[in-house]
Design a protein around this ligand. Structure first.
Ligand SMILES: NC(=O)c1ccc[n+]([C@@H]2O[C@H](COP(=O)([O-])OP(=O)(O)OC[C@H]3O[C@@H](n4cnc5c(N)ncnc54)[C@H](O)[C@@H]3O)[C@@H](O)[C@H]2O)c1
Length: 338
């Protein structure tokens, strides 16, 4: 039994967070979840994910506690850290979305900069053994060398969202250096699957196709994404949580005394947006009406992850191909929304 092991996961009601919570519950961990259940997208979806977690924790006879608070609320966060004493902290809470960062940049300052500073500070002052946090493929900005590798420079963000994620990597590096705090940063590449985010293309497209509304295809379809299925993301993230960086593990360039590692976590198989739409049309047995438009400000045309470093680190091997992943997503979507 691992019931003395405690993991604290922020963003637990979110898409990735809710699956990661379940992964830990199934592995015998005591799990503490934090989320402010904000209204960036449908709160009901977040509440239903939490309901699933609760039911799953009963089936697994595992300990699950949830706190509805914001990571900016340092006083209450500190109380939770003191009460629960997590060894592993996973920070997934963030204001996500590239386009919304043009509309409401301050929301990103609050969650991604102030909130993340709190998480770092609480980890260093509460003897946390390992912090894992969400970065993003968007940090590669205008980089046009493919596949994206962790060795590439990330100093040309194209959106404010990406700028906050690069900032998180810098902040984590400094905390790891000063406090010798082991930290792992994961650059997620376009995660999709059941219980996904309604602000992302798969959900937007599915909704519009089913309601016979036209879908907008940006950059006239000349886009590709390294779509990565949720279970691959969660399995890789879980393995990273259990592997704590040590100085002897250092293989990335830079100072090996800094216990901060950053990895891409993607599929390594970019898919053209128009091909993705075709797969979705097949899965839904409906045709989409497409409107072609220019690329949106802040967007990048293509993403493609090199996952060699993560493979060496934890044996990461994505196993769900795009055909199967879209089928699974569409099946869930039809069951859930219709
Ligand atoms: N899904 C992707 O494709 C993707 C890609 C790159 C990076 N990421 C990053 O991964 C993480 C998880 O993404 P997701 O897709 O699950 O997003 P999500 O929006 O579904 O989950 C984030 C959760 O955090 C909560 N939250 C936001 N701000 C908060 C705050 N200040 N305090 C407490 N809770 C807060 C939200 O209510 C939400 O439930 C985010 O950091 C995101 O930026 C996701």
């Amino acid at each position: 039994m691992k019931d003395n092991k405690v993991v604290l996961i922020t963003g637990a009601a979110g898409f990735i967070g809710s699956f990661l919570v379940r992964k830990f519950l199934g592995s015998g961990y005591k799990v503490i979840g934090i989320d402010d259940i904000n209204s960036y997208y449908d709160k009901n979806l977040k509440l239903k994910r939490l309901k699933n977690i609760k039911e799953y924790s009963i089936v697994k006879n595992s300990s699950w506690s949830f706190y509805k608070i914001s990571i900016e609320d340092k006083t209450n966060m500190q109380k939770i850290f003191l009460d629960t004493k997590p060894q592993i902290v996973v920070n997934l809470a963030a204001q996500a979305g590239v386009r919304y960062s043009i509309v409401n940049p301050y929301s990103y300052v609050k969650s991604n900069l102030l909130g993340f500073s709190n998480v770092l500070e609480l980890c260093q002052s509460n003897d946390v053994k390992h912090l894992v946090y969400a970065s993003s493929s968007s940090v590669y900005g205008s980089n046009n060398e493919y596949p994206f590798s962790e060795e590439h420079k990330v100093d040309t963000p194209l959106s404010f969202y990406a700028a906050t994620k690069i900032s998180n990597e810098m902040m984590a590096n400094a905390y790891s250096n000063i406090y010798k705090l082991p930290i792992t940063g994961l650059r997620f590449f376009t995660v999709y699957g059941p219980w996904g985010r309604p602000d992302m293309a798969p959900m937007i497209f599915a909704d519009k196709i089913l309601h016979k509304k036209s879908i907008t295809v940006f950059n006239h379809g000349n886009m590709s994404r390294d779509f990565t299925y949720i279970s691959d993301i969660v399995d890789g993230t879980y393995l990273c949580c259990l592997k704590v960086p040590k100085t002897s593990d250092a293989y990335q360039s830079g100072d090996p005394s800094i216990l901060h590692r950053i990895f891409n976590i993607g599929n390594g198989n970019p898919v053209k947006l128009l091909d993705f739409i075709e797969l979705l049309e097949d899965a839904l047995s409906l045709k989409a009406t497409k409107i072609f438009e220019n690329i949106q400000p802040g967007d990048v045309a293509s993403t493609y992850a090199s996952t060699q470093n993560l493979e060496k680190w934890v044996g990461y091997q994505p196993s769900i191909n795009i055909n199967d992943g879209v089928q699974k997503f569409a099946k869930w979507y039809l069951d859930f929304y219709q």
